[in-house]
Write a new protein. Structure first.
Ligand SMILES: C[S@@+](CC[C@H](N)C(=O)[O-])C[C@H]1O[C@@H](n2cnc3c(N)ncnc32)[C@H](O)[C@@H]1O
Length: 274
């Protein structure tokens, strides 16, 4: 498998089934290239994706990292493509990963029919505020301690960014990074202690000996760090926000009082949504 960022568009071309190679997101140089490069950097072994369509983002990630062991796809087929079509397309990559696919309307369940933890979770299904909130809540119990959730389209569909903000405010143990890709991504992951810091509170401040908060170095998560300012990925992608900045002024803009699981996320195991 070729491994050059410059050739990601070329690598992706054979997998586009409906002329998407001419679409703005495919020619932007800053969309599939980012998935490819991010996977190449963080080297995930288990990937979960809600919203596969024909598998393009998944293909970009597999092309980026030959060491992925398992790819799990969840899709309800509402865009007109059965999840089997995504699997068929993905298999054409010739990647050794096991591909597991479920036809599932994630909005209809309170928990996912999955086992174990994932180190990379891509949320790209229902793009409404409540849809994205629900999917984030569903996947959080499956996120490994050092894993990352990628939420797509945050600069393209405002409800996605609102959902990320709301989700962060409900889960203060998470931190985030906003990535200026073609349509914007937000990365979410558990705050990790910086090796030079003392005990951390949920606000990310370290405590000194007498228990008072003190300012501390910013936590640099391995996965976020590789997307950070000064580390050029593709197309000038830079870290432009953190959890604190993203949660400022956050509210449920739809104001209907819907509640979502707080820290620790939702449940595990398949159960119908009431
Ligand atoms: C924007 S597309 C995903 C694009 C894909 N990641 C790619 O790279 O081409 C959104 C996908 O989410 C799926 N979807 C929408 N609502 C869903 C739901 N409630 N449950 C599961 N999948 C859903 C659609 O069928 C569609 O395939």
């Amino acid at each position: 498998m070729k491994k050059s960022v410059d050739s990601v568009a070329e690598l992706m071309r054979p997998f586009f089934r409906h002329g998407e190679e001419a679409a703005d997101y495919a020619t932007s140089g800053n969309y599939y290239e980012w998935y490819f490069t991010y996977a190449e950097r963080i080297k995930p072994t288990r990937i979960l994706e809600i919203g596969a369509r024909l598998g393009y983002s998944a293909i970009a990630m597999l092309l980026g990292h030959p060491g992925v062991r398992e790819l799990t796809l969840l899709d309800d087929g509402s865009y007109g493509f059965g999840v089997g079509e995504a699997v068929e397309n993905i298999r054409r990559v010739g990647h050794p990963a096991e591909v597991v696919a479920h036809t599932l309307d994630t909005q209809s369940v309170r928990a996912l029919p999955l086992e174990g933890e994932f180190d990379l979770i891509h949320v790209d299904g229902d793009h409404t505020f409540h849809g994205a909130m629900h999917d984030l809540s569903l996947v959080l119990p499956y996120l490994s301690p050092s894993g990352v959730i990628i939420l797509d389209d945050v600069d393209y569909i405002s409800s996605c960014k609102k959902a990320a903000r709301q989700f962060l405010s409900l889960n203060p143990g998470l931190e985030s990074a906003h990535i200026s890709t073609f349509r914007g991504h937000i990365l979410l992951g558990y705050s990790l202690p910086h090796p030079d810091d003392g005990e951390r509170t949920r606000s990310g401040m370290a405590k000194d000996g007498d228990g008072k908060s003190k300012s501390s170095k910013t936590t640099r998560r391995q996965f976020f760090g590789s997307a950070g300012r000064g580390t050029l990925l593709v197309g000038g992608i830079a870290l432009v926000g953190t959890g604190g900045a993203l949660t400022a002024g956050c509210s449920d803009d739809e104001g209907d009082g819907n509640e979502y699981p707080s820290p620790g996320g939702g449940e595990r195991g398949l159960a119908p949504k009431e």
